[in-house]
Design a protein around this ligand. Structure first.
Ligand code: COA
Length: 416
């Protein structure tokens, strides 16, 4: 079976998480991803959060599958020549260095266009143009600057960052989409272009419902937020809403049987209007079906705490999986709070290729998250991450056409 991005060659100048998630996705889709790393050092994550002595960390391996590794000192004169040759041979250059680092190496966007007008150059930076454009940024800074932290958590607690890496992996996803669109456009125009996905902008894009709520505040309280029913006045910005659903169908996280000892014995329960009558029957409150205080969504908005307390009395008599089994036949939207342990043991995720076991020469077998996008005509096979410089000679010879003597000279120069 062919792959969606067969024939696309990517010069992967990324490190840590945001850039590598982007290029890993493109590699899964069939692109030849050449990861360029500093000789003897490599991506800093190779050695961060190390769990097996001497082996590449899970941090690195889980973000760099299906790539080839080339070591190259891009500040060495011979290294620069090799890099220029690579720029001419690749379709896409992806980078997430600190602002200005690529320019300091001598590879500005203008220079790259001179070398290869068809090049698509894709960049992640913390911020777009503006007062913070020169700042270095990591995941949680982006979550804070993009509006996520101020709207996550409980009203009476501090802002919270989320476990989902929306700043890094979320930006990587946005960038991958931009690159594939630019490749499609290039097929028509013959020209490359610069694609930029700032982390703040990507987080904000994922938080757009909170900017929606910011504007709704101008016309009155946010009635679907618990604080409305609690008669707590709204301030001038979108508040933290705990586990409120954030949409038009109120929802909450509710305790299930065993919650006293199991930190994940909870369910998410959505009181979707379309199945309200069924919810009343399931939880043993048939009188709510016709009562004017409960029968309509607007009537329920000021009573959400009371309603969810009653539903929780019922969910506490069931396990989170029993809640699922009992509600699903009635089309009541619920979901168990799954722990990472439960997810890692989930057979259906294994069968779909979303959880994959990979073998690695230094660390043995480990689990990873495979490609979450499924294609009917582009197989995704997850292969292990490369060792540092594992493919240096292969790439110098096959991609850049250097002969054995030239490769020896490049090695002698300390460029790789
Ligand atoms: N050969 C020679 N030098 C290399 C090299 C190579 N193959 N690869 C990297 N370098 C150099 C860079 O040119 C830079 O040198 P300079 O400072 O003299 O210009 C240096 O290594 C460090 O790169 P930098 O990107 O500044 O790394 P850092 O570890 O100091 O900062 C980040 C890390 C993530 C904070 C920063 O890269 C950043 O803000 N990136 C953009 C936002 C981002 O992606 N953040 C999320 C990361 S998950």
């Amino acid at each position: 079976m062919s792959k969606a991005l067969d024939g696309v060659r990517i010069l992967d100048f990324t490190h840590v998480q945001s850039g590598p998630t982007c290029t890993q996705l493109l590699a899964w889709m069939g692109a030849d991803v050449i990861k360029v790393e500093r000789p003897g050092v490599g991506d800093a994550t190779r050695k961060q959060l190390a769990d097996v002595e001497g082996a590449d960390s899970l941090y690195f391996t889980m973000l760099n599958h299906n790539k080839r590794s080339l070591t190259l000192n891009s500040k060495n004169e011979t290294g620069k020549e090799v890099l220029e040759r690579l720029v001419k041979k690749c379709d896409v250059l992806v980078e997430n260095f600190a602002p200005g680092a690529l320019d300091r190496m001598g590879f500005s966007w203008e220079r790259i266009q001179e070398l290869n007008p068809k090049m698509i150059m894709a960049s992640v930076k913390g911020f777009g143009p503006g007062p913070y454009e020169d700042c270095k940024v990591y995941e949680n800074v982006a979550q804070c600057a993009g509006g996520s932290a101020s709207t996550t958590g409980f009203r009476d607690g501090p802002p919270l960052v989320t476990g989902a890496q929306i700043g890094d992996s979320g930006t990587g996803l946005h960038l991958a989409l931009g690159i594939t669109a630019a490749l499609l456009q290039r097929a028509n125009t013959g020209r490359g272009q610069l694609v930029q996905a700032p982390m703040q902008d990507s987080v904000l894009n994922l938080c757009r419902v909170k900017l929606r709520d910011q504007q709704r505040l101008d016309t009155g309280p946010l009635k679907e937020y618990s604080q409305f029913g609690e008669n707590v006045e709204f301030g001038d910005s979108t508040p933290r809403a705990g586990n409120d659903s954030g949409g038009g169908q109120p929802g909450r996280i509710l305790k299930c049987k065993g919650w006293e000892i199991d930190p994940n014995a909870y369910t998410y329960f959505i009181t979707q209007a379309a199945v309200w009558q069924k919810i009343c029957d399931v939880i043993g409150k048939p009188e709510w079906k016709e009562s004017p205080d409960y029968a309509t969504p607007p009537a329920r908005l000021s009573r959400l705490n009371e309603i969810f307390n009653e539903i929780e009395k019922w969910t506490m008599t069931k396990t989170k999986f029993e809640v699922m089994e009992l509600c699903n036949p009635h089309n009541i939207p619920v979901g168990p709070i799954l722990s990472m342990k439960e997810i890692s043991e989930d057979l259906s995720l294994r069968e779909s290729g979303t959880i994959v076991e990979v073998d690695h020469p230094e660390r043995g077998k480990y689990l990873t998250v495979g490609c979450p996008i499924k294609f009917s005509d582009s197989a995704v096979e997850v292969t292990r991450s490369p060792l540092l410089g594992e493919h240096t000679d292969e790439i110098l010879s096959d991609v850049l056409d250097y002969d054995a003597d030239q490769i020896a000279a490049i090695r002698a120069s300390g460029a790789v």
